[in-house]
Design a protein around this ligand. Structure first.
Ligand code: SF4
Length: 308
């Protein structure tokens, strides 16, 4: 099986992502988010391990690439705890940047800061997931992930270094984080230019974890999902009218604080003001670099194509 594949999440008709390759350096993830979707289809998911023969396989597959967009990662965080020591994601980035690939990183971890130098070599962006700015709730929902203040600091550092940053406020869960205005305001103030949001979708195993972690809340959520909700693909969704209300509120907040907004797999693309996954930031970064290269003709091309 190839490491690199075209992103097509379960052939979902609700996915509006542009064409991009996807790649996970690790199988599983130790952030242990209670709402995680990937744990329903990958055995022993929270026992994070590197992909077998990761680097030689990636070397082989990447040798055919030239400038494609590669999204890292969609089924697991590319910066789990062991990455600080193993450095495998960094080695993968070295391989992909040699092929001039455009890079989209999706993470909750500050370890990404270590790789700023590599990300600045090619058009790239980072999407940081923050579900809530409430430290106590985050500890329950994402017990092993870096805290929300740490993620905000990470965003600030990335933006300071000129890397375009999007934030995923995902999932939005009624009674928990349905109106994250303080979070939207905070991320807009530190340089985030795009927000993607999505409502929580029930899978058997994530529901079980959420029920154990927040029993009172899941009692209130139960009728919304299991009586009034709808089955779409492999997930149980909130009723469409409620999803629309929640996402309209997110679109309103994004507009209020001056950032682009998109929904993810909601069937509500009419609310989107930019490409859903924030990858438009890469194109903007690339064309700005192009202009810079032209302006700085005669200077070291490799260094200058990188700055956004
Ligand atoms: S960071 Fe993502 S992949 Fe990792 S446990 Fe959380 S939701 Fe799952």
């Amino acid at each position: 099986m190839n490491l690199l594949s075209w992103f097509d999440p379960w052939h979902s008709p609700l996915c509006t992502c542009p064409p991009k390759l996807t790649f996970n350096p690790y199988t599983g993830c130790d952030h242990k988010c209670v709402y995680c979707y990937a744990s329903s289809y990958i055995p022993h998911f929270f026992d994070c391990r590197p992909k077998k023969d990761l680097l030689p396989r990636l070397e082989r597959e990447a040798s055919k690439l030239n400038g494609e967009l590669v999204s890292i990662a969609n089924s697991s965080d590319p910066y789990p705890t062991i990455e600080a020591e193993r450095g495998l994601t960094r080695r993968c980035l070295e391989i992909l940047t040699r092929q001039n690939c455009q890079i989209q990183i999706i993470t909750k971890s500050d370890i990404v800061l270590r790789d700023i130098d590599l990300l600045r070599r090619v058009p790239s962006m980072v999407a940081v997931t923050i579900t809530t700015d409430d430290v106590e709730i985050a500890k329950i929902l994402e017990p092993n992930a870096p805290s929300p203040p740490m993620r905000l600091k990470t965003i600030e550092r990335l933006a300071e270094k000129g890397l375009p940053v999007a934030v995923r406020i995902d999932p939005i869960i009624p009674y928990i984080n349905e109106n994250p205005e303080t979070l939207v305001r905070a991320v807009a103030q530190i340089g985030v230019r795009h927000i993607t949001a999505s409502t929580y979708k029930v899978k058997a195993d994530n529901w079980q974890r959420l029920s154990l972690a927040m029993p009172k809340t899941t009692e209130k959520l139960k009728p919304l999902y299991f009586e009034k909700g709808e089955r779409l693909g492999r997930y149980t969704y909130l009723p469409k009218a409620l999803r629309l209300k929640l996402m309209e509120n997110m679109a309103r907040l994004a507009k209020k604080y001056g950032v682009k907004f998109a929904t993810c797999r909601e069937g509500l693309k009419g609310l989107n003001t930019a490409t859903c996954d924030g990858s438009w930031l890469i194109r903007q970064c690339a064309s700005k670099n192009q202009a810079q290269i032209l302006n700085e003709a005669g200077t070291d091309k490799h260094n200058h194509r990188l700055m956004c």
